[in-house]
Design a binder for this molecule. Structure first.
Ligand code: PMP
Length: 315
């Protein structure tokens, strides 16, 4: 059994910036949290734990690339404020990356996102514009577009829903990590859809590595869901970077089962994640029941901490 300090040399390397800690997240083989019928099958299920990024979510990857590419192209200059609409995790990531690189950050988000998210963003010194919760992230997008029209010189609009640097961040990092971590054995890739950046970028690259790899997107089964971070595409503003034709399949997952699976990961496996991870885990379980054999990887976009005051951890 592995124990800290007995197998590996301690890490001696120092880092020049918090940004060097983005990516290279762990891939964990699940065992104890799998239903009995799957344990007996030659199907392996792995969770990619994006909560290990320094900003606590998968969004550190696109936030870094979107900001760095904006600087390189000249769109983001020192006099400009970074601005975007976000359901929370991108806001945290932009606040962290922007601050680390010396920029001011302002974010628009529905007022009903969890209190933890608001406070973390404020901890990084970023400013929040609250929008109508009934309009979800679409309300925040519309608000930001109005702000940009009013003050075109003041802001650099990151526009994560239409920014190719979003999916490219996963094309160049997430997919390569998964390919190496599974030792080229991955057969199925599962990720929830918010902007679609994770599934588009990772899926594109995995299919270049091996075109037989199945790419499966996860959506909530209703527009009125409680799975923070995921979009019900049918009734939302469609993200420009999302192209359904690049998916082999979409699985629609209910809120209750997503919550249940997130709780099981914590209680049976010691893996503490958010509800969109629970939704992806349920998709992995349904898929494992269908296939004869395979290596399934699903994304856990963030940890469970930011949801402590939500229904997910209310007992
Ligand atoms: N889950 C959570 C908790 C998220 O914050 C996000 C990003 N909004 C996603 C899933 C979906 O990721 P993507 O935007 O890359 O589709």
């Amino acid at each position: 059994m592995w124990i800290l300090g007995e197998h590996d040399e301690p890490v001696r390397k120092t880092r020049k910036s918090i940004l060097e800690l983005v990516g290279n997240t762990p891939l964990i083989k699940l065992e104890k949290s799998l239903p009995e019928d799957i344990k007996e099958k030659p199907v392996e299920i792995y969770a990619k734990l994006e909560g290990y990024n320094p900003g606590g979510s998968v969004k550190d990857r696109p936030a870094t690339r979107m900001i760095v590419e904006a600087i390189q192209s000249g769109k983001l200059t020192k006099d400009k404020i970074i601005l975007d609409a976000t359901s929370g995790n991108t806001g945290i990531a932009l606040a962290m990356v922007g601050t680390a690189l010396g920029y001011k950050v302002e974010l628009a988000m529905p007022s009903n996102v969890s209190e933890e998210r608001k406070r973390i963003i404020q901890a990084y010194g970023a400013k929040i514009h609250y929008t109508d919760p009934l309009q979800s992230t679409d309300g925040a997008i519309i608000y930001v577009r109005e702000l940009i029209e009013k003050y075109p010189e003041k802001y650099c609009y990151i526009d994560q829903y239409n920014n190719d640097a979003n999916w490219r961040s996963h094309f160049y990092s997430t997919a390569v990590e998964i390919w190496n971590q599974t030792e080229q054995r991955i057969t199925h890739f599962i990720a929830g859809i918010g902007t679609g950046g994770t599934i588009m970028g990772t899926g594109r690259r995995l299919k270049i590595f091996n075109r037989d790899i199945q790419v499966i997107g996860v959506q909530p089964d209703s527009p009125f869901h409680g799975i923070e971070g995921l979009k019900y595409i049918e009734t939302s503003i469609k993200p420009g970077i999302f192209d359904e034709n690049r998916l082999d399949r979409t699985m629609f997952i209910g809120t209750d089962i997503a919550y249940q699976r997130a709780r099981e990961l914590a209680r049976k496996e010691g893996v503490f994640v958010g509800q969109s991870s629970g939704a992806a885990f349920e998709a992995a379980i349904q898929l494992a029941r269908e296939i004869q054999e395979g290596v399934i990887v699903f994304i856990c976009p963030d940890g469970g901490e930011k949801y402590l005051t939500t229904a997910l951890w209310e007992f």
